[in-house]
Design a protein around this ligand. Sequence first.
Ligand SMILES: Nc1ncnc2c1ncn2[C@@H]1O[C@H](COP(=O)(O)OP(=O)(O)OP(=O)(O)O)[C@@H](O)[C@H]1O
Ligand SMILES: [Mg+2]
Length: 378
Amino acid sequence: MTNTTTKHSEMLLEAFKETVTDCDGLEYHKNWKLKDLYNKFPQDNPASVRTVVFTLVKNHVLEQVGRGTYTLVSKTTSTKTPANPTQEVKTEKVFEKKVHVGKKVPTKNDDMKGYSGEYIPRSMYGTTDVKLLNALYQHKDFVLIIGETGSGKTMLAKHLAFMNKVPYFRQNITGATTPEDFVGQFIPNSDPANPAKYVWCDGQLTRFMRTGGVFVVDEINMATGDILSLFHSIADAERKLVLTQKDGEVIIAHKDFYLIATMNPDYEGTKPLNLAFKDRFRIITLDHSDSVEKKLNIDAKLLDVAEKLRTSEEIQTPVSTRDLVKYRDDNKNYGNQVAKAFFKNNFDSTEQTVVQEVMDLVLDNKTSTKTSEVLEDN
Ligand SMILES: Nc1ncnc2c1ncn2[C@@H]1O[C@H](COP(=O)(O)OP(=O)(O)OP(=O)(O)O)[C@@H](O)[C@H]1O
Ligand SMILES: [Mg+2]
């Protein structure tokens, strides 16, 4: 850093400190907005203010919490020199980090309720998916399972937890998911014996990191960069989670902690998952399995329908094992006509005529010219 930049850094830090307010005894500060600084330093051009801010971020004096928004972080200073190696490293907490006040994450976990080991293994890479996943679990090599909807990704993960008798939790990522949903947040304190207004509440991921279990993150390709980098650090060799939202507490994963990410294949229009993430995981691809479907007590004629639709060029919608299981159950619970209607409704409206005709032919032995054409195509 040049002398001028150092001077600017100091001035900017002073400017930052002016924005600090006291919120009901809780150390709290407003987020520091880059544009407020431009206003505070009209004599400097925005580019130079930005350069100084970036230098501060690079030197871990500031943390960027959002686009154009910054907070101060703990500063570690070391006076240790070769001549004086015993000198201690001092960490000075400049200000508390941003406090995100949210709702309590329920501690009760019902995700395994009702599951009693029904998963049927399929052959994979010279072994079975269950044996392979279990071996990966024993080595704590985290896995990314890629497969069409309804191919058994979630059930396989649940089965792993069931076999190893460890807790299981599944968290789905949507556009609205934030890192706090995983790691935890401050919540209003309800304990009258504790004077603090807010108390920290671990998120499920933090809990699992502390005490072990199979943690499943569904739809990982929907994750934003800050969620992905959270998982990067957990999946790195140190298996480390830093609670920056709290007080910088460092958690090293419990020996039974196991992370499974799942996603559907990269459909057109979805974000491809970044390489840095994929690099940290073993990847298993899961497709429907004929042998599994045969063991699921599904009508042989419906299996034939599925086979024809899966190989038809006119059908783009995947026919999942879930669809077939649903048909089996709907047939029993609501009758054949309803089951067929529900099955057909899974498809795009442009595909439903073909689906209907294939069902008519295979399930009811009714033919039409159109069906013959479809089947000839196969
Ligand atoms: N190997 C299997 N053994 C038994 N049932 C299976 C198997 N694979 C799939 N199924 C059936 O398919 C259903 C869907 O499976 P699951 O929910 O695991 O799919 P998924 O791949 O996680 O789908 P999504 O991408 O939509 O989350 C299960 O509830 C089960 O009925
Ligand atoms: Mg799933």
